[in-house]
Every structure is written in C-alpha cells, then in structure tokens.
Design a protein around this ligand. Sequence first.
Ligand SMILES: C[S@@+](CC[C@H](N)C(=O)[O-])C[C@H]1O[C@@H](n2cnc3c(N)ncnc32)[C@H](O)[C@@H]1O
Length: 294
Amino acid sequence: MTTTTRLMFDQMQAEIQAIENDVALRAEINFVGRADALDRIEFHLLDRMDDDGNELVQRAQILRDQFAAIDEEIFRRVRAGIANGTLRGECLRQEFDHHVRKPVSSERGYDQLDVFVNGLLRLDTIPHETRTREPEMVFYQPTPARVILELTEMMLITRDDIFYDLGSGLGQVCILVHLLTGARTHGIEFEPAYCDYARHSAQRLNLSSVQFINVDARDAPYADGTVFFMYTPFKGAMLANVLKKIKDATRGRAVSVCAYGECIDQVANEPWLELAAQRRTDVDALAVFKRSGP
Ligand SMILES: C[S@@+](CC[C@H](N)C(=O)[O-])C[C@H]1O[C@@H](n2cnc3c(N)ncnc32)[C@H](O)[C@@H]1O
C-alpha cells in the first residue's frame, strides 16, 4: 500500500467507525441524519472502494442495509396510513414535517424531502424510456417535492378541482396533490412505461381518484380540468399547441395554469392568461396564471 492509499484507507475506516458508533442514526426519528449518512456511505465510501471482499466494503454495506431497513419500516407504515385513508391533507403534511423537519430547503434542486417522497412512492424498478421523444419534448425529471407542497399551500387547489399534470412522469405530482388537497388528479404522459409505473404506484396506495392517461398532451382531453400544472414538459410550438387546446377546451370558465421551470416565460406570453402569483429565485421559479380573457 502506498502512503496515499494508506491515508485514504485510514480516513475511510475512521468515517465508517464514526457512523457505526453514532447510535442516534438508528433512532427512527432521525431520517435526515440517516439520509446524510447513506449519502456519505454511497458516494464517499462505496463508490471509492473497488474490492468487493474488502472488510471496509462489507461494513459499509451492512450499515447501508441497516439504515435502509429502518427507513423502509417508516415508509411501510406511512403507505399503510395512506392506503387506509387516514393520512391525508394536514395529517400527511405533519407526517412529512415529523420525519423531514423544516427548514430542509435551500430553494435549490432536491433535498431530503425528495429522498423521503422517493422512498415512499418508489416501486422496485425504475422504468426506461421506450418511445423516442420529439425534439421539443423534455426528458423526465421530477418536480422537487417542496415545490409540490408549496403549490398545495397556495390555497389554489380544493377537493372540488380537477387537476392535470401535463407530462406526469412517474406520477408523484398527481399522487401528492390528491393526497394533500383531495382534488381528483389526472396525469398525462407520453411514455407508456412511466404511465404504467405511475398507475402501479397509485394503485398500491388505493388511490382511485388519481388517474394516468398514456397519450401525447397534444391529443389529451382537458374539458373537465380546472387546474393545470406543468414542469416544463415540452417547449416551443408543442407548448403553444397544448396551451391553445386547454384554452379552447375550457372556454368561458375560470382555470389556473401553474408553471414550474423554464416554461414560465412562454406561458406568461399567452394573452388569455394573467399572472396571479409568482415565486422566483435565481435558480428556481413557480408561477400561477389565471384566465383573464375568453
Ligand atoms: C420534466 S418531466 C416532469 C415530470 C412530472 N411532471 C414531475 O414533475 O414529476 C417532463 C415529462 O413530460 C413528458 N412529456 C414530454 N412530452 C410530452 C408530450 N407531448 N405529451 C405527454 N407527456 C410528455 C416526459 O416524458 C416527462 O415524463
């Protein structure tokens, strides 16, 4: 072993030992601490160690499995509460706060609330794309969970609404919006493998008011929609086309269009919509538009 390798080995050993000795990480309430430790185990340790037989690798894997089992028990209980109808609205919000205490957000990208929501809603295998996207279609990327919560806190969506997520991916937005507001939700998704996954995720939680339709958003039916959400699912002419469809299908009644990400600027240029609320930081923006004209 060279001196550098020896030094690295000693550092890793010390880090693993520190995690092993930290009893607080085994307390169920410490989801955030475990998420940090799992991140360190995965990216600082296992990714840098290449020998499968190495004793350190085995210790890191044991820690990872132990922590994952503690978290899985939390997810199992929360899923059961959702499936039997007790964890909804404020109760579910408190459950999130209980495990992922505020403030977790740096208002940038993903945080530990996403780790929690992913663990809760994830199925065993993440699907791959099976259809070729057109150039204006955007690849799958989930809306950060804190943005979904923020959307449901704006008093915009009630149980009487029909909510559409345009380009619904693996279905998290529709599932969370339904659970937190009671609204019926419809996900519109071009990729059949994502749509199947989202359906299974909702079925596992007994959510019959959450539906996913495998269709190109240009061909989807929107006539019953009252709130439309989009995390930049497509751009340019395709986005203009879908916005016109929504406008025509809902003519003469109030609707909200909520946009997250870079599609905001194009939505803002639609003459039939006016800005009702907006939150914008250097890297992150969420805007709500309401119908202003016919
Ligand atoms: C940025 S992701 C957003 C995913 C989801 N709304 C979320 O926030 O978790 C964009 C999604 O739009 C889908 N998509 C792209 N073009 C589409 C189209 N024309 N019709 C329906 N879905 C489309 C992609 O397959 C992808 O899943």
